[in-house]
Design a protein around this ligand. Sequence first.
Ligand code: ADP
Ligand code: TZP
Ligand code: MG
Length: 265
Amino acid sequence: MNWNPDLIQEVRKRRPLVHQITNEVTVNDCANITLSCGASPVMAHAPEEVAEMAGWASTLVLNIGTLHAPQVEAMIQAGRSANKKGIPVVLDPVGAGATSFRTETAKKLLERIRISHLKGNAGEIATLAGERAQVRGVDSGHVDDIRTIAIKAAKKWGLTVIVTGEKDIITDGVKWAEVSNGHFLMGTITGTGCMCAPVVAAFAAVSKEPVSAAVSAMTTYGIAAEQAAESAKGPGSFRWKLFDALHSLDGAAVREYAQVEWGGA
Ligand SMILES: Nc1ncnc2c1ncn2[C@@H]1O[C@H](COP(=O)(O)OP(=O)(O)O)[C@@H](O)[C@H]1O
Ligand SMILES: Cc1ncsc1CCOP(=O)(O)O
Ligand SMILES: [Mg+2]
């Protein structure tokens, strides 16, 4: 199936503005990964300004990692503004399944906003799809047959689902891709999941094809992580080397190192 290994070049050329309403833990890493892939981040959370900011943006990320009630309202307002403008909206349902506030908020956002990409780990996605799953804080336990669950979730909400893990699954409910790029060191720092969302959002902003954009984003990000891991001494150096690697990665390297398997229609 078709996807574009050179999409990072388009991101760098067009520098999409990525509006992010995100958590307090990984906010700085999310801003920096956005810059490293060639896009432009803006974090704006206040209910007084989110609709206006989303109106200027090329794409919107909603991450519920450190949720509180006023933020839910801000996310809905930003989402509606983004929908009005017709830009991609990426939802990261961090910790859905860990508490009912997170699970119910993620469901509310899925019902009230047209989300283009739902990106989470296996436990989060399985919870939202109504399956039994283990979520401990923000971490996922093993979920059997997660690809089938992802396909079901994508069909149910009419969007592209990205399930992260050792292999990332990307599906629109009909076709699916499995991306094997990435490195186990990604699991040793917080934020590698959160950072996927702005990368996917930036790529989706410069593409008309949501699945293909997500495949380009996840391969590019995973290959950057592989390159960072080559000389990293541990989690600390891996984290800053990831920004360096993504910043200097080009389409030729993505084409050479991508590990993508396609299935479905
Ligand atoms: N063991 C692994 N091997 C390769 N890549 C991994 C591994 N674990 C996680 N990743 C990558 O790390 C990123 C975050 O995934 P994940 O750990 O599932 O997210 P979260 O932190 O939200 O639970 C994804 O890009 C995923 O591909
Ligand atoms: C630790 C933590 N607690 C609330 S949000 C957050 C960050 C989660 O980041 P990621 O999903 O990328 O591991
Ligand atoms: Mg996460």
